[in-house]
Design a protein around this ligand. Structure first.
Ligand SMILES: Cc1cc2nc3c(=O)[nH]c(=O)nc-3n(C[C@H](O)[C@H](O)[C@H](O)COP(=O)(O)OP(=O)(O)OC[C@H]3O[C@@H](n4cnc5c(N)ncnc54)[C@H](O)[C@@H]3O)c2cc1C
Length: 460
């Protein structure tokens, strides 16, 4: 089934959730720090139809982000959907990690059942049917708070989500995940480990789905400059009506999860599999997502030149063209990785090396595009008065006669948002840092054949 945006919002408003902003419990989803994320997620429903595949599992059309990809065309369709979402939202679409989780848990549980004779995959398929039939918005929580990064989980149990009780009907989990994109506005939150584990660390090796009926989950919202501006109000002062890349800390305070929503339990090999599938899937789509973000920045750069009366300066237009080059290059990596991908237990995943390269180059492309945007826009994107000062300052702020002062201020605030929100940090760390992608690449690459070629070339 494909839901309408308003149906998703209506369903969400029926959930009783413990969401906290600035230490206070929020009563509904219309809070100025919450609503923009809800609107962004709702937008994924608005443009879903043209990207939606037919699912054999439920015998109907489903959202592309709730689908298990089986060909590279599936992956390409997903990347096109996400590029469009990034362009049109200029923020996270929030359902992307859910899609990566689905496409990681599916092959990992299938292989696990084949190896151990368990029924985790069957359980997962039952859950997936519900997700597809109800068009649930899914997110994924991996990042534990981790404490001292030099210590193992057993040395600091409270810093990693873990199983504290095993019952006949399910498990009880405790811990906290941080930097969770949009989890408070999702229907289903998949929970995966933050890292692989060694023998003896099995209590942390758990994958499950958290749903709205679960008791004991708290969502503590991030607080950034954009969030403060949202609380101040105004029509466009916060820059983007869909908000910052909004995350929260998710605290699991002895939460009971029934067995039918537990998909990996104490299996270290399956944990390794699910994480390597998730990382490649997420890093690859990240390049397509960044292409969409850079498209948005390029559009903003072009409008800024026009409102400032600079559109005739070819050196600046060159910078806009360069931004488009960054965007196309990032997107091309994700398409190439899709085509060069492979089938893992019935699920088509991108080429792992190219996916990790996509992360590294995608961040570079994003950062360079942002530098061009800032260069083109002038200092006003860091210094301008607010929309509330328009009456006093409007005449002074107007530049090209073709645009009003309010129009110029709108584009200024939008670019201020790109430059000062969580975007650059999100580009770096969402899906793991570029350093983490390089570490993965070092494991994957065949350096010997490269060295051999050089040796042959120079009669070494
Ligand atoms: C906007 C945004 C959205 C996000 N959304 C999500 C989400 O939806 N779901 C989710 O699960 N996570 C999400 N994340 C979290 C993201 O995956 C992490 O930020 C990322 O994996 C880095 O982890 P960290 O922040 O704990 O950094 P740290 O662990 O503090 O790492 C800092 C640096 O040190 C390196 N490092 C860390 N530990 C070691 C070590 N032991 N040895 C060597 N190097 C090390 C890292 O690679 C990194 O370069 C999001 C992050 C951001 C910024």
């Amino acid at each position: 089934m494909l839901l309408k945006p308003e149906e998703y919002i209506e369903r969400l408003s029926g959930y009783r959730r413990d969401i906290y902003v600035l230490g206070k419990k929020v009563e509904d989803f219309n809070h100025p720090n919450i609503r923009p994320t809800v609107e962004a997620m709702a937008f994924t429903y608005k443009i879903a139809e043209k990207y939606s595949p037919h699912s054999e599992l439920v015998g109907e059309k489903v959202n592309r982000l709730n689908y298990v990809n089986s060909t590279f065309d599936d992956l390409i369709a997903r990347y096109e959907y996400q590029r469009e979402l990034s362009l049109r939202l200029a923020t996270c679409n929030y359902r992307c990690t859910g899609c990566d989780a689905i496409n990681a848990i599916y092959p990992a549980t299938k292989a696990l059942d084949e190896r151990e004779g368990t029924d985790y995959h069957k359980r997962f398929l039952e859950m997936l049917k519900e997700i597809q039939k109800n068009d649930y918005a899914c997110t994924a929580a991996l990042t534990d708070v981790k404490g001292d990064r030099g210590k193992r989980p057993l040395e600091q149990r409270d810093k990693y989500l873990r199983v504290v009780e095993k019952r006949g009907d399910g498990i009880v989990v405790r811990g906290a995940k941080i930097s969770q994109s949009g989890a408070f506005a999702a229907d289903v939150n998949f929970v995966l480990p933050t890292q692989t584990f060694r023998q003896g660390e099995e209590e942390f090796a758990v994958v499950f789905a958290a749903t709205p009926e679960d008791e004991g989950i708290k969502y503590i919202l991030q607080n950034t400059g954009v969030q403060a501006k949202q609380r101040e109000g105004g029509k466009f002062e916060a820059g983007n009506r869909y908000g910052d890349r909004t995350t929260c800390m998710v605290v699991f305070d002895d939460v009971f999860i029934p067995w039918d929503r537990v998909f990996i339990f104490e299996d270290l090999k399956a944990t390794r599999d699910v994480l390597s599938y998730f990382a490649s899937s997420h890093r690859c789509v990240g390049a397509a997502c960044k292409a969409g973000f850079i498209d948005s920045m390029a559009g903003a750069a072009s409008l800024m030149l026009k409102t400032s009366g600079l559109e005739g300066v070819s050196a600046l237009q060159q910078k806009v063209a360069e931004m488009v080059a960054f965007s196309e290059a990032a997107f091309a990596i994700s398409i190439g990785a899709a085509v060069k991908g492979a089938n893992y237990s019935g699920c088509w995943l991108p080429n792992f090396q190219m996916a990790n390269a996509g992360k590294v180059i995608g961040v570079d492309a994003f950062a360079k595009a942002l530098m061009n945007l800032i260069d083109i826009s002038g200092g006003i994107i860091g210094t301008s008065p607010s929309e509330f000062d328009l009456e006093m300052a409007g005449d002074f702020l107007q530049a090209s006669e073709k645009f009003t002062a309010e129009q110029r201020l709108k584009i200024v605030k939008f670019i201020e948002f790109w430059a000062t929100s969580s975007h650059l940090v999100g580009a770096f760390h969402g899906g793991g840092s570029p350093t983490a992608a390089l570490v993965t690449l070092r494991f994957l690459i065949d350096m010997e054949s490269r060295e051999e070629a050089v040796k042959n070339c120079i009669d070494f």
